[in-house]
Design a protein around this ligand. Structure first.
Ligand SMILES: [Zn+2]
Length: 80
């Protein structure tokens, strides 16, 4: 699959972090599987993964957590 941003790069499966800021909560999710452009580095998160991330973000928010860093598919690494 070609990158739609730079139109030259190829998307390669990779692992990266995603950061969300929602209202006053900051949530960092590490080791998220996604496709990454080998030319410009644009990240493409598959719909299925994005759905899981949104669920994670909602559950963190509902617990009233302000800052959260965790691995995708695992327990929280650190919670303040
Ligand atoms: Zn690209």
């Amino acid at each position: 699959m070609k990158c739609v941003i730079c139109k030259h790069g190829e998307l390669k499966p990779g692992i990266s972090s995603v950061m969300f800021e929602r209202e006053n909560a900051t949530i960092v999710i590490k080791e998220v599987p996604m496709d990454i452009c080998d030319n410009c580095g644009e990240k493409y998160i598959p719909d299925k993964i994005a759905e899981q991330i949104m669920l994670l973000v909602e559950s963190v928010k509902s617990q009233g957590i302000i800052v959260d860093v965790r691995n995708f598919n695992s327990e929280p690494l650190a919670t303040c």
